[in-house]
Design a protein around this ligand. Sequence first.
Ligand code: BDP
Length: 684
Amino acid sequence: GEGYKAWLRYPPLNLNQAKEYASWCGEIVIAASEPSAVLKNACEELANGIGSMLGTAPQIGGSGKLPRFLRITTGDLAELQGAMETAELEELGEEGYVLKTVREPGREYIAIAGRTDRGALYGAFHFLRLMQTGQSVNDLSVIEKPAAKLRMIDHWDNMDGSIERGYAGQSIFYRNGKFIMDRKRIRDYARMMAAVGLNAISINNVNVHETETRLITPELLPSAAAAADIFREYGVRLFLSVNFASPIPCGGLTTADPLDSGVRRFWAERAADVYRHIPDFGGFLVKADSEFQPGPFTYGRDHADGANMLAEALRLYGGIVIWRCFVYDCLQDWRDRKTDRARAAYDHFRPLDGKFADNVVLQIKNGPMDFQVREPASPLFGGLRQTNQILELQITQEYTGQQTHLCFLVPQWKEVLDFDTYASGEGSTVAKAATGELFDRPLGGIAGVSNIGDDSNWTGHLLAQANYYGYGRLIWRPELTAEQIADEWVRITFGLDPVVVATICRMLLDSWIIYEKYTSPLGVGWMVNPGHHYGPNVDGYEYSKWGTYHYADCRGVGVDRTVKTGTGYTGQYHDEVAARFEAIESCPDELLLFFHHVPYTHVLKSGKTVIQHIYDTHFEGAEQADKLVDAWRGLQGKIDEARYESALSRLQEQSKHAKEWRDVVNSYFLRKSGIDDEQGRTIY
Ligand code: BDP
């Protein structure tokens, strides 16, 4: 169907470059006596991709008789030693690879080489990407390895087939309490993951309901193992979300107390069983004591007790526990301005720094709240020094337009990764904290909540594919710019027509800011309809217990999170950062209302008052959403009808909806403040 092939389309190339490619791609020599499944898949992907792009598939497993060929190598890379620096080769690690054009008397070849088969697999996809984006391969000298060890996707799929915060249909894994085992689709998905360098997947929701609790029991383990078998062949390890209280329904115990010996025995047995079925099982992902999920608190224990108990069960097999830090009091009192949900993760976990086992990783959401359009980075990054940590991003667009609105999130993620925590002086970025580099931690990485489902194009909004693609590419190489990633994705997805490339890149790159303009202003967040979180509702969460307030009244708006007069949240950052956010003068405009409660007449750095900023951005944002439709219309005839129409209808819906946002937010603030728009525009 429309968009199904995503970034694995491999359409016929009719460029000059095709001749060049053809000269290299007559055969693939495999320099391995017994190629593993991963290596076979790498070769098959190359053969199919090349065949589809050039019209003739290379011969696999040839002997190098042609004057030019591709040579895929793993393990000992001695043959490359003349061509590369030895030091470079040594640093490749388990997942790195080399693409090198080697010229020897009488033969020339392109080496696609990794120390491991997974390295070679990533190299093969890189080679295909060069062809997909029309780049020369005559003089390759590429050497790459991933920045993060764990590059993970978290699925919030439920076994009834629904997906928590899913906007692209139903689960590709389950229906009616059972695995579907659509092997073809799962395999295509594994290919898509490998193509962007992802190496881990958790296949069930972090909110673990009754059915999924049994994923770690003999009843469902064989099916989970069958899925793991497919992913393994593309270098992806399987993880499962577990319910902390599992010992009760699954073990017949009366407690899930982490210090109870029966509970420990239960988990040890489950771990043994899981590894019998899935020998390379990644580990458990746990949401505990959060939003009504059970956890160690019930038994008077802390998060370290809980996580370490599970870690002990998995240690024997090399498994890890990924313990989420999304913990806050979801029954707090909105009237008490001293309680602050933003503080919660740090308050819970900072005191436990150093207490976690070395096969525990804390998974920290990018911001202190919950995947809003704009948040500062979580102070846990740089706050935890002796604890493994990974960054959690949300690819699924829960608060960013639910895949009806266009919102390319790579620019947002880049800001998170580049955020300087000052934990060890300047340059202590979140990227370094998350990869483990900052404090030399053994484990690190990034996890993203999946935005795919069983819609024929995977992501509902066709252009939302760019978020999944961009996520994988960015966490492999955080130095890539949002522009580079957008450009690459557009070329791969829509071809090389410069007008198409320029237009769609611009749309993608502007989209996050456009969305921000017509939704909640200046970092204050929320203002969405409760429950499903779609569409404007300024006071939707203002008088409920979830800790998500803007405190707008007739005088002003924003949350005072300063140490001096507010909740003290700014004090959770290192001094340099704390000082910048604490003072209104140095707090960046885009986060002003996240950190400060100010009068509507407060003048921003931009020179505008807060109220005028709200009006202006909402008018502008809605107008720009309209322009996205026009821009897309300009591409009619330049891209195929099916994909053109499908994205068009989403963009039209967005433009209608942006006006609703504009009107609801503007009229709310007009009534609260009583201050008219300077430009005299009509506010409904
Ligand atoms: C929130 C979602 C909720 C998730 C929760 C989580 O609204 O559905 O269960 O995050 O991360 O954003 O656990």
